[in-house]
Design a protein around this ligand. Structure first.
Ligand SMILES: *[C@@H]1O[C@H](CO)[C@@H](O)[C@H](O)[C@H]1NC(C)=O
Ligand SMILES: *[C@@H]1O[C@H](CO)[C@@H](O)[C@H](O)[C@H]1NC(C)=O
Ligand SMILES: *[C@@H]1O[C@H](CO)[C@@H](O)[C@H](O)[C@H]1NC(C)=O
Ligand SMILES: *[C@@H]1O[C@H](CO)[C@@H](O)[C@H](O)[C@H]1NC(C)=O
Ligand SMILES: *[C@@H]1O[C@H](CO)[C@@H](O)[C@H](O)[C@H]1NC(C)=O
Ligand SMILES: *[C@@H]1O[C@H](CO)[C@@H](O)[C@H](O)[C@H]1NC(C)=O
Ligand SMILES: *[C@@H]1O[C@H](CO)[C@@H](O)[C@H](O)[C@H]1NC(C)=O
Ligand SMILES: *[C@@H]1O[C@H](CO)[C@@H](O)[C@H](O)[C@H]1NC(C)=O
Ligand SMILES: *[C@@H]1O[C@H](CO)[C@@H](O)[C@H](O)[C@H]1NC(C)=O
Ligand SMILES: *[C@@H]1O[C@H](CO)[C@@H](O)[C@H](O)[C@H]1NC(C)=O
Ligand SMILES: CC(=O)N[C@H]1CO[C@H](CO)[C@@H](O)[C@@H]1O
Length: 793
């Protein structure tokens, strides 16, 4: 996430005069060229009558969140009506909403400061809120409406600015307030954004969202002008390292989505009646699952050009395209440069009245019609018959029944549960159950007791915001529904977790043999001080389909109260046990079945969020995510800065997911994966680093071993930016030798398919049984190196 080299050759910014022009070969309309306000085209909606706010437990429960490191009396939960917003459809509520967001000692984009100390939920009761200028989002903020009657945020006809909600506002110096790749822990959900009062000829943006990991937009509808010549756009993302967006609908506009970012996972996003469904400005990789485009002129259009690619790759699966002239317009051609860029994967796509499926500089690449695309792609492929160029059909994997949606050819997916029909009597507050959440009191017993009681009577166990210190394992029994307010943290501390030779779980979801369902959302698990033996999340549950974690993250170090900050673990210090803070982040054991992960970021801090300048630090953890179980889905999952590997699949079966994103620790190879503090242990089937390919022996991004079978990954990015804190090895046009290898297959792995595979700073892209299978230099792409399809039988 923190990556600060100026490496993009071109990015474009459209939609508001406030934004300076970046040099760009994309020509997008700007207000100066397109303002032509026509009152006849402005549809001014009649003022909505004030609507009552139906019950919603999250709004109706007692609000007892405590942020231990904020100023005293700091309020976590803010109802915009308590700050004077009316939601009456006529009063301008902009200032009142902004007051609700900014109240307290919070970090605004103009401060350029990041902070874990001042979390907030800003709640919008049902109603229509008139908005005349952008709502400026602050750090660590969740903007949440009522799922039973989502609030409408309605732009005035003379609204100006980039985004009715601006997630990272441009400042006077021409830059966004925060470095987009450091914008973590944000959420927008259950809102309707209505831009239709703004004349179509005026550029307008629903949400401006240049963000990074652990961010999401869910259950949001954006209405844009459908007038001829409309200049509206729904989502505008020009930068960042994200992230997840799901269950979003955009109606109208020049662009439904105008988006560029290192990587993203979009699940169940619909664009209706736009000129361009998706403008893919730039990316390294991107996963769309469940994309629906209806009645658009162009479906998805690649940025860049045949001679100057901007798109590394796009993977689209389980999608439905209807009444669209051209589904995908690529910049790929047989002679396009760089040769490895412009990857495209289309799998299980239903076309209805789509004359052209794929077009590019060479003309029509795939005809359309009313048909289903089983599997089709463009780019470099590596299959058991060797490397070649894919430009046509491929045989899609046969999907395991355990991963299929019932009665459908699609993969099973499940939005984050919001329990919208629950009443407050079905919610148990962990604070009421005796937990203090103050970062110092031992809350182990109170939490364990509350979990058992809530699971026994079917209640939600609600974690009001807090830092919940635990000294022993938290056991989450079958039947649990656990929800946090603005990502409270369960933080492991003490002797039980400190022995590197006796790894010990912090949160244990089910014990061996437990069956049932667990749903867990909007929380973090972390550690305090030296906790070399901590397994942050251990999942043993033999679950029902739909058991899982949504927006549950690990955060090891880099936050106030963790005792793992800059003063504790500076990059200049030698390795010491006080900065060894995790044995393994997530362990999905061989007992586990049916585990659904969506939007999870398993992070060992590379910098201190609560330091003034996001100062880098060196915290040592062993392993990222170890999967031994079966029927595992992972949509939008990142694992970063663990010493031995980020993801290992060991004897795992029937796994699907994407986008998988990783980063190697910045301190490596000083020390590297052979020299600790965590070293390869055969008990844990760790990768054997005695056999590294020549060059740096750094942590693997992805290891697949131990007889794993039936694994399909739709979008993977394994990044190694640093070598002993220098980016020289990954700089654009550089040597790509931060490490020698990053993805290993060992043992009798079978039925492995990887689509849209990217690496950064790595000489050998794939290692099979100790031999290199693919060199970066053969697959040079935009910034990363890209292989569009890798299959291994
Ligand atoms: C995008 O973000 C990167 C990394 O944070 C930064 O270096 C770059 O300047 C940004 N680009 C623009 C156009 O803002
Ligand atoms: C926007 O229009 C409203 C009424 O339609 C008016 O009160 C307000 O002054 C206008 N704002 C600007 C900035 O022109
Ligand atoms: C997709 O999102 C819409 C709301 O935007 C929701 O009604 C629908 O159930 C979702 N579909 C799936 C498959 O999750
Ligand atoms: C298709 O989209 C256009 C432009 O937004 C709109 O005018 C038209 O009504 C839409 N057609 C249908 C059938 O919805
Ligand atoms: C595809 O995009 C190119 C470049 O923007 C454009 O010139 C061409 O007309 C587009 N093709 C179609 C069929 O829309
Ligand atoms: C469930 O148990 C908790 C804790 O004992 C109690 O506070 C709550 O009222 C119970 N809820 C129901 C619906 O029985
Ligand atoms: C390997 O792991 C086991 C079990 O966690 C532990 O007992 C043993 O000490 C470890 N070995 C080394 C060399 O760290
Ligand atoms: C890593 O960088 C530091 C600071 O530049 C330097 O002192 C150290 O020798 C380097 N280590 C290695 C192994 O190159
Ligand atoms: C990185 O490259 C720059 C420019 O070539 C050079 O000055 C610097 O010493 C290099 N840093 C390291 C750590 O090699
Ligand atoms: C890798 O080794 C395994 C045995 O451990 C073997 O089954 C497999 O065929 C080998 N793969 C290749 C490509 O050599
Ligand atoms: C497998 C494959 O297509 N390799 C190509 C990689 O890119 C170089 C140029 O960048 C080509 O020469 C290779 O043929």
């Amino acid at each position: 996430m923190r990556w600060s080299s100026a490496l993009f050759s071109a990015l474009l910014v459209a939609g508001a005069s406030a934004v300076p022009h970046h040099s760009s070969h994309h020509k997008k309309p700007t207000p100066s060229s397109s303002i032509a306000v026509s009152s006849s085209s402005a549809v001014v909606a009649a003022a909505a009558a004030t609507v009552s706010d139906p019950p919603y437990w999250l709004a109706d429960v007692a609000h007892q969140g405590v942020a231990p490191y904020a100023t005293s009396g700091y309020t976590v939960f803010r109802n915009v009506k308590d700050y004077g917003a009316t939601g009456d459809g006529t009063t301008d509520d902009t200032a009142a909403i902004q007051a609700a967001i900014s109240d307290g000692d919070r970090q605004s984009p103009s401060s350029e400061e990041t902070s874990t100390k001042t979390p907030a939920i800003v709640y919008f009761p049902a109603g229509t809120y008139v908005i005349s200028s952008p709502i400026i989002d602050y750090y660590w903020t969740q903007l949440i409406g009522n799922p039973n009657s989502p609030a409408i945020l309605q732009a005035t006809s003379n609204f100006t600015g980039i985004g009715l909600i601006d997630g990272d506002a441009y400042q006077n110096d021409g830059n966004t307030g925060w470095t987009s790749t450091n914008v973590f822990y944000r959420q927008i959900r259950n809102l309707v954004i209505d831009m239709t009062n703004i004349p179509g000829t005026t550029a307008a943006t629903g949400i401006h969202w240049p963000t990074a990991q652990a961010t999401s937009i869910q259950n949001v509808v954006i209405h844009l002008s459908t007038e001829s010549g409309t200049q509206h756009q729904g989502l505008f993302i020009e930068n960042g390292s994200a992230g997840f967006i799901g269950d979003v609908i955009v109606n109208g506009g020049l662009y439904g989505l105008n988006v560029g970012n290192q990587q993203y996972t979009f699940r169940n996003v619909t664009v209706n009646n736009a000129v361009n469904g998706v403008s893919q400005i730039w990316d390294w990789g991107w996963t769309y699952i469940g994309l629906t485009l209806n009645n658009c002129t162009n479906g998805l259009v690649f940025g860049g050009s045949e001679t100057d690619a901007e798109v590394g790759g796009v993977t689209i699966l389980d999608s439905t395209i209807t009444d669209v002239d051209t589904f995908v317009n690529v910049t790929w051609s047989t002679t396009a440069t760089p040769a490895g860029a412009n990857g495209l994967i289309l799998e299980n796509i239903v076309l209805d009245a789509v004359p052209t499926a794929v077009v590019g500089p060479d003309g029509v690449e795939l005809k359309g019609g009313s048909t289903t695309i089983a599997g089709w792609g463009l780019g470099h492929e590596y299959t058991p018959t060797g490397p070649s160029t894919l430009s046509g059909t491929y045989s899609p994997v046969s999907r395991p029944t355990g991963l299929a949606a019932s009665g459908s050819t699609n993969y099973y997916t499940k939005p984050k549960p919001q329990y919208e029909s629950y009443t407050t009597s079905e919610v148990v507050s962990v604070r009421n159950a005796g937990a203090a959440g103050d970062g110092t009191t031992d809350d182990t017993d109170a939490i364990n007791d509350a979990l058992t009681k809530a699971a026994n009577n079917g209640s939600i166990l609600f974690f009001d915001y807090g830092i919940y210190l635990v000294s022993d394992t938290i056991y989450v029994p079958p039947g649990s529904k656990v929800v946090g307010a603005s990502y409270p943290v369960i933080a492991a501390s003490g002797d039980a977790f400190s022995d590197i030779s006796n790894p010990y779980p912090v949160v244990q979801v089910g014990k061996s043999g437990d069956k049932g369902t667990v749903e867990w959302s909007d929380m973090r698990v972390g550690t305090i001080g030296g906790t070399a033996g901590a397994i942050l999340i251990e999942w043993n549950l033999k679950g029902d389909q739909g058991s899982g974690m949504w927006d549950v993250h690990t955060m090891t170090g880099g936050w106030e109260g963790s005792d793992l900050q800059v003063a504790d673990c500076p990059t200049t210090a030698s390795v010491s046990s006080s900065c060894e803070a995790g044995f393994l982040d997530v362990y999905i054991t061989s007992d586990a079945e049916n585990v659904y992960l969506e939007n999870n970021w398993f992070w060992t801090a590379d910098h201190d969020i609560d330091s003034a300048d996001n100062t880098q630090l060196s915290i040592y953890t062993g392993r990222g995510v170890l999967v031994e179980g079966s029927n595992v889905e992972m949509w939008g999952v990142s694992s970063e800065h663990h010493g031995l590997y980020q993801f290992q699949f060991d004897g795992a079966t029937d796994v699907v997911g994407g986008f998988f994103q990783t980063e190697t620790p910045y301190y490596q190879p000083s020390p590297d994966a052979t020299s600790g503090p965590y070293t390869s242990n055969t008990t844990w089937n760790d990768p054997d680093f005695s056999t590294c390919l020549k060059g740096n022996c750094d942590a693997l991004g992805l290891s697949i071993t131990g007889g794993s079978s039936s694994i399909a990954m739709y979008g993977v990015g394994l990044y190694s930016f640093f070598d002993n804190y220098s980016t020289n090895c990954s700089d654009s046009g550089g040597s790509e030798d931060c490490q020698s290898e990053i993805f290993r297959i060992t043992d009798d792995v079978s039925d492995l398919n990887i689509y849209g595979y990217n690496t950064v700073g790595t000489t050998n892209m794939i290692t099979i049984n100790g031999s290199s299978d693919a060199l970066y230099s053969d697959n040079v792409s935009v910034f990363p190196d890209t292989i569009v399809l890798f299959s291994y039988e």
